[in-house]
Design a protein around this ligand. Structure first.
Ligand code: GAR
Length: 210
C-alpha cells in the first residue's frame, strides 16, 4: 500500500479531505504522517483524531531555511512516503528538501496559476476585476508556485464577493481536486518531465487539466 506524508501549517481542511477520501476509498493510500511547522496547527488535532502519526518541525527553532529543510527532510524520510503533499504548508522550501522528492511532491495553490503566485490570491483576483478565480494543484519545483500544473478548478466571481466568500467557494473545489490528483500520482499516472506534467503519458496543458 502506498504511503503519503502530508505537510501543513494551519487549519488542515485539505488534510481532512485526504482523511475523508481515504475513509471512503477514493484515495487508496495510507497517510503515514502529518508534519507541521507550527506546533499549534489545528490540523495536527485532525490527524490525531484520525489515528495518524504527527510530527512538528518548528521553523522558529532554525535560523535559516536550509537547516530547517534538513530537519524536515529527516522527519519526513523516516516515514518512507511514496508522495509528499503540501496542504496549506506556508514555508518556502529549498532544494535541500525539494530535490529528494522531485516528481513526488504536490502543492495546492488558491489561484488559477500562473496568475497570482504568492499570498492574498483571492483579494488580488477581486482587485483585478477578474471574472473567475480558482485553485491549482501543481508539482513543486524550486520556483515558488511555478511548478507544472496538474489540475485546476474554476469558480465564478460573484457581484459583492469578498476575499473570504470567494475563498470559501474555492476551498470546496480544493477538497475535491487535491485527493484526486494525489491518487493519480500514487497510481503512477502522473509524471513530472522536462517539458511539464503528464497524465498517462500525455502532456498536461500549461494551465492544468480543467
Ligand atoms: C488552502 O486554501 C490552500 O490552497 C492554501 O492555504 C489554504 C490551507 O487551508 N495554500 C496556500 O496558500 C499555499 N501557498 P487548509 O489548512 O484548511 O487546508
Amino acid at each position: 500500500r502506498k504511503r503519503l506524508a502530508i505537510l501543513i501549517s494551519g487549519r488542515g481542511s485539505n488534510l481532512q479531505a485526504f482523511i475523508d477520501a481515504q475513509a471512503d476509498g477514493t484515495l487508496d493510500a495510507d497517510i503515514a504522517v502529518v508534519v507541521s511547522n507550527r506546533p499549534d496547527a489545528a490540523g495536527l488535532e485532525r490527524a490525531r483524531n484520525a489515528g495518524i502519526a504527527t510530527a512538528c518541525v518548528d521553523h522558529t527553532s532554525y535560523d535559516a531555511r536550509e537547516p530547517f529543510d534538513t530537519a524536515l527532510l529527516e522527519t519526513v524520510s523516516d516515514y518512507q512516503p511514496d508522495a509528499v503533499i503540501l496542504a496549506g504548508f506556508m514555508r518556502i522550501l529549498t532544494p535541500v528538501f525539494l530535490l529528494p522528492f522531485t516528481g513526488s511532491l504536490l502543492n495546492i495553490h488558491p489561484s488559477l496559476l500562473p496568475k497570482y503566485p504568492g499570498l492574498n490570491t483571492h483579494q488580488r483576483a477581486l482587485d483585478a476585476d477578474d471574472s473567475e478565480a480558482g485553485v491549482t494543484v501543481h508539482f513543486v519545483t524550486p520556483e515558488l508556485d511555478g511548478g507544472p500544473p496538474v489540475l485546476q478548478a474554476r469558480v465564478p466571481i460573484q457581484t459583492g464577493d469578498t476575499a473570504e466568500r470567494l475563498a470559501a467557494r474555492v476551498l470546496e473545489k480544493e477538497h475535491l481536486i487535491y485527493p484526486l490528483a494525489a491518487q493519480w500520482l500514487l497510481q503512477g499516472r502522473l509524471a513530472l518531465t522536462d517539458n511539464g506534467a503528464t497524465l498517462d503519458g500525455n502532456a498536461i496543458p500549461a494551465t492544468g487539466i480543467d
